[in-house]
Design a protein around this ligand. Structure first.
Ligand SMILES: *[C@@H]1O[C@H](CO)[C@@H](O)[C@H](O)[C@H]1NC(C)=O
Length: 409
């Protein structure tokens, strides 16, 4: 009985802390600092006064030569121009075009936090240095993109109850149709994408458990990063909230357009939506259909677990990869087929001691970018925090929701 009381006290303490953090975050969000053009010359150059619909874009001048003289007025038109363009410059050692995508609800840096301005300025420096094309998609641009390029999914995507699910799917869609690097706005580049792959990243590696050697010579068509590398035989991964012991990040990746893995992800999602549709007589608008959609776990529907599953199934099927072999040789990149899997430090350096999983400091040469996880706790809910707390400290609540269930929470 006593431990039960202790448990409740801890839970109440955790909830109290959460309320405090939430309250602090609100007061922090409210402070908007004035935009300084001197501090952010590239944001000023490309964003302030940008004309056009659906977001902000930049194409290196040599990309536009020989194009029709009509100046595109929407981001979707520009995306199509870039998709159609042959001989785009590529990330060396790969067929991934030098194109960068981000998305945010607004493209006016006046209304951004300093952190967002800093990150984006850094990406723009990388874009200029490398001669990349750049797209920042706003909400309108995202919906126009879906309508234009993937109309078959539009109805289903609009019915998804959470904004994060749209954003999850959009990054896959833009990778499929345009390709290049996608990175969340709370990431900061540490190595220019043009320098993300070195010859040594292609070296053969072996699975110590089976002796199988992976020595692909295929051109690299995708770069993905590890978010979690846990021992599969312990409960560590699910206590930290991961679906798989070896899980990929979705906050950043890079693709050659039309990669079959992207289609695999979309097909799985479409099939799930189709199931719900047929359960409810072909409509997703009834309250019960909405309820069923809201009850699907976004992590496994569109989030990192869904993404990991798509990559995993593809690589297992086409190369015979033993997925958990990716936990071996923790410090190096692993090429499997045409997919380069970076070590955890690649896209997730600088992790703290809890849940470090081999992540090295952001100064490590293998670190490509850092994820600041901006706002992840600001938008969380008490219900979700309760589950996180319970998993972390007690090893219970494995199936407790990891993301807010609906807007009420
Ligand atoms: C892109 O290519 C498609 C198919 O060849 C063509 O229909 C379309 O007009 C092209 N779009 C642009 C903007 O060049």
């Amino acid at each position: 009985m006593r431990s039960m009381r202790g448990f409740h006290q801890l839970v109440i303490l955790a909830l109290g802390v959460q309320v405090l953090l939430f309250w602090l975050s609100r007061s922090r969000d409210a402070t908007l600092t004035a935009f300084s053009p001197a501090r952010y010359p590239l944001l000023t150059k490309y964003f302030i006064g940008h004309q056009g619909e659906g977001g902000v874009w930049y194409l290196p001048p040599e990309w536009i030569q020989g194009q029709s003289s009509r100046v595109p007025s929407t981001i979707v038109e520009v995306a199509e121009i870039v998709r159609n363009q042959t001989n785009k410059p590529q990330i060396p050692h790969s067929t991934i075009p030098l194109v960068m995508h981000q998305t945010w609800k607004t493209t006016n840096p006046f209304f951004w936090s300093e952190e967002l301005r800093r990150n984006t300025e850094k990406w723009l420096e990388a874009v200029e240095d490398a001669g990349m094309a750049y797209f920042l998609w706003d909400d309108r641009g995202v919906s126009q993109f879906i309508k234009y390029f993937e109309p078959g999914l539009e109805y289903g995507l609009n019915a998804l109850p959470r904004k994060v699910e749209q954003s999850d799917v959009f990054r896959i869609l833009v990778a499929k149709w345009v390709g290049g690097v996608y990175s969340d706005m709370d990431t900061e580049p540490l190595r220019n994408p043009v320098d993300w792959i070195k010859e040594s990243d292609r070296e053969a590696w072996d699975d110590p458990a089976t002796g199988v050697v992976y020595d692909s010579t295929a051109p690299i068509q995708a770069i993905v990063g590890l978010e979690a590398v846990c021992r599969p035989d312990t409960d560590q991964y699910w206590r930290m909230g991961y679906k798989y012991p070896v899980q990929l990040t979705q906050w950043s990746f890079a693709w050659t357009p039309d990669h079959p893995i992207l289609q695999r992800f979309l097909d799985t999602l479409a099939a799930t939506l189709q199931d719900v549709l047929s359960n409810y007589g072909g409509t997703l608008e009834s309250p019960s259909a909405r309820m069923e959609l809201a009850n699907l776990d976004p992590l496994t529907l569109t989030g990192p677990a869904a993404f990991t599953a798509a990559v995993r199934r593809w690589l297992e099927g086409t190369t015979g990869l033993r997925w958990n072999a990716l936990a071996a040789h923790a410090d190096r990149s692993k090429l499997v087929g045409d997919v380069l899997i970076l070590p955890i430090t690649g896209f997730s350096p600088g992790r703290g001691r809890y849940g470090n999983m081999g992540s090295k400091p952001i100064t490590d040469p293998s670190a490509r970018l850092v994820h600041h996880a901006q706002g992840s706790w600001r938008k969380t809910s008490l219900l979700v925090e309760y589950g996180k707390f319970c998993r972390t400290f007690f090893g219970l609540c494995r199936d407790w929701p990891k993301v807010p269930h609906n807007i009420l929470w």
